[in-house]
Design a protein around this ligand. Structure first.
Ligand SMILES: [Zn+2]
Length: 460
């Protein structure tokens, strides 16, 4: 099967191959043939070649889905999960409790926390994630995170976040954690020039992401947008309309709703995605739809911080692109993307008081196609010829699938599988028989605990 030095991979006898393509095809006894990093053929096992350089025969006992896509996170917060004093606070108080600890973050902490978080994401079915790192104390750089995620083998959209308005200027973060705007913009340009790859099947892209209305200036929002738009495929990301205090800050400081504020700065458009959007009014929803602006829906974090229920059904009815985000590990406090899809499904039903408000397959669509659209990718999010070879395998003989044999696809959301059995990213086997092969997980857990302890000792 090899030709011209290329490598072929055949995954065959898939019980149900869930393509998530435009026709929502679910193929019984399916198979996928991959050449290098892209899908070359897809269909029924009997219609594809019987062998390849590398073969995974699932013997009819596993389902395959596109790799899940995570659209909002703060990996470094894995070092400050379940912190006493921040377990039961709303967003602003939660941030005020944690900023003094985060002020002691260092490059080693960034690297280790990024790897641990990427490991959790990969094990729970994620193959592409974005991350939003918005504070750079001590020797922290986004480079550390990019290196960490590259080493573990996950597709990565790294957002160069920023904070420039400290307490003394009316912002929320302490002055010690904000950066000079000229420094932020220069570093943003450096990162784009160094790492941003706009080609098909790219493993690394850069986005620019001033943190929130209450931590950056309007100038920085405008300048960041102009800088991003001077390159192809560099997207814009921030937090918007997360809770009631966030709304009040926008009205009192800018005299505008969050939607109006974003639009006034050029922050609506097909190259922008906003996290949370719990409190978007109907005018903003219309503008998001018209402008092609995306939303990262973070249901667990919104529940954890008591922020509210985002109007996802209304956004989808208006045609807004919505992806899922597990959000910061300190406001979730995990990085399990399958569970996040389940949370999206359930909270939509609670919000609408309607058990049909979101089906399990719609939740899977948000986690795959929706996330890909929000990140501006047309090469991931569904399985078809020419797409990147990013897919996950779940063994149906696990206890959580028992008794659900008539609809194993719905069972992925409803029956709470915790981890995947295999994961392929860009054609590379990253999880093999339930084991992450690119990193020693036990050693990584140890290193993460040590880094968390060091951070906490410095910060308290
Ligand atoms: Zn966030």
């Amino acid at each position: 099967m090899s030709a011209g030095g290329s490598h072929t991979l055949l995954v065959k006898n898939i019980h149900t191959l869930v393509t998530m393509d435009a026709a929502d095809r679910e193929i019984r006894n399916g198979a996928i043939l991959v050449r290098d990093r892209a899908i070359e053929q897809i269909g029924r096992s009997e219609d594809l070649p019987g062998t390849a350089d590398e073969v995974l025969d699932l013997r009819g006992r596993a389902i395959v889905l596109p790799g899940l896509v995570n659209t909002h996170h703060h990996f470094y917060q894995t070092l400050t999960r379940a912190v006493p004093g921040a377990q039961s606070s709303e967003l602003f108080a939660w941030l005020r409790n944690l900023y003094p600890i985060w002020a002691h973050l260092d490059a080693r902490g960034v690297y280790v926390s990024a790897q641990l978080t990427a490991a959790e994401l990969l094990l729970s079915g994620c193959t592409t994630s974005s991350d939003h790192l918005y504070l750079f104390p001590n020797d922290c750089t986004l480079d550390e995170e990019i290196r960490a995620v590259g080493d573990i083998g996950m597709r990565f959209h790294a957002s160069r976040g920023s904070m420039s308005v400290g307490e003394s200027d009316g912002g929320l973060p302490p002055d010690s954690l904000v950066e000079d705007e000229a420094v932020i913009l220069a570093d943003s340009r450096r990162l784009i020039e160094s790492y941003h790859d706009n080609s098909r099947h790219a493993m690394t892209r850069i986005a620019l992401a001033p943190c929130s209305p209450f931590s950056v200036s309007r100038d920085l929002m405008r300048e960041s947008a102009a800088l991003a738009r001077s390159y192809s495929g560099v997207r814009l990301h921030t937090h918007l309309a997360e809770n009631e205090l966030d709304l009040r800050y926008s009205r009192e400081t800018f005299g505008m709703s969050p939607g109006e504020y974003a639009e006034s700065l050029g922050w609506l458009g097909p190259d922008v995605w906003h996290a949370h959007c719990v409190h978007l009014d109907s005018a903003a929803i219309q503008r998001f739809a018209v402008t092609g602006t995306g939303v990262a829906h973070c249901p667990t974090s919104n529940m954890r911080l008591g922020s509210g229920i985002a109007p996802i059904r209304t956004l989808l009815e208006h045609g807004v692109q919505v992806g899922l985000g597990v959000d910061g590990a300190a406001s979730n406090d995990g990085s399990n993307l399958i569970r996040e899809a389940r949370a999206a499904c359930l909270v939509a039903r609670v919000g609408a008081r309607d058990a049909a408000a979101m089906t399990p397959r719609q939740a899977l669509s948000l986690a795959t196609r929706g996330g890909a659209a929000v990140l501006g990718r047309d090469d991931i999010g569904h399985l078809a010829v020419g797409m990147s070879a990013d897919f996950i395998v779940l063994n149906v003989d696990r206890p959580h699938f028992a008794g659900a044999g008539w609809d194993l696809v719905a069972a992925v959301i409803l029956c709470q599988p915790q981890a995947v059995d295999y994961s392929f990213v860009n054609g590379r086997r990253v999880i093999d028989a339930g084991r992450l092969v690119t990193v020693d997980l036990d050693a990584l857990v140890e290193r993460t605990n040590a880094a968390a302890e060091t951070l906490m000792n410095r910060g308290t």
